[in-house]
Design a binder for this molecule. Structure first.
Ligand code: DX5
Ligand code: ZN
Length: 216
């Protein structure tokens, strides 16, 4: 399958959200990545359910919602109602990950788990078959525009092996600091979806930048 691109609206111009979403609709993006930060799980606050609804109102691509929040179980239904197609929760924020994943699926969403840079992919061994997506954080979550952590390449390779060994259909998504230099290596290592925030939205021509990432 060709690489899929999930631009993060965290890096977009919030004062012109409608036109930013329309730009993504017109692009080769496969998803729209929606970063939810609560100021507790991560040291930053982004936006929440009403803004997700507003994005969904204009979006013609599936919403890939990344919950960087504690107690995600409390909000799954609200995000589903706000338009989420994929919901990813952080393994570090879930005491009962298996139950949370089932709850996401019961809502009719695809279930993802995001893992911080310090978290071993081996911790996913017993849930990998239940997962639709693993979001490998290639920066410490909380901010856009950070430097890509090089150890990610190795993590992706180990994760890819685990997925194949367990016969899982989970897709590997890379989130943070993705650019034209690391993207080809990530694809080679086994990535299926690339999130890109600043690389896309700071570009002179975001549509062309998405096209280039997609056709590397
Ligand atoms: C980081 C977020 C990322 C981020 C990606 O906490 O989860 O999705 O917005 O942005 P860039 O591509 O700018 O690192
Ligand atoms: Zn994200």
């Amino acid at each position: 399958m060709p690489i899929q691109i999930s631009p993060s609206v965290l890096a977009s111009d919030f004062a012109n959200l409608q036109s930013e979403i329309e730009m993504l609709n017109d692009s080769e993006a496969d998803f729209i990545h929606v970063d939810i930060m609560d100021g507790v799980f991560v040291p930053n606050i982004s936006f929440g359910i009403p803004v997700t609804e507003a994005i969904n109102k204009h979006a013609k691509k599936p919403l890939d919602v990344h919950l960087m929040i504690v107690n995600p179980d409390f909000y799954l239904e609200s995000f589903k109602k706000a338009g989420a197609n994929i919901i990813s929760v952080h393994i570090e924020a879930c005491n009962h990950l298996h139950r949370t994943l089932q709850a996401i699926k019961d809502l009719g969403c695809k279930a993802g788990v995001a893992i911080n840079p310090h978290t071993s992919v081996n911790l996913l061994e017993d849930v990998i078959k239940d997962l639709d997506l693993v979001c490998v954080m290639s920066v410490n979550p909380g901010f856009g525009g950070q430097k890509f952590i090089e150890n990610t390449f190795n993590k992706v390779r180990v994760l890819k092996d685990l997925i194949e060994k367990k016969g899982s259909h989970a897709l590997i998504e890379i989130d943070g600091g993705v650019n034209q230099n690391n993207a080809p290596l990530l694809i080679q290592a086994g990535a299926d979806i690339l999130v890109a925030g600043n690389f896309v939205f700071s570009a002179e021509n975001p549509i062309e930048t998405i096209r280039q990432l997609k056709n590397l």
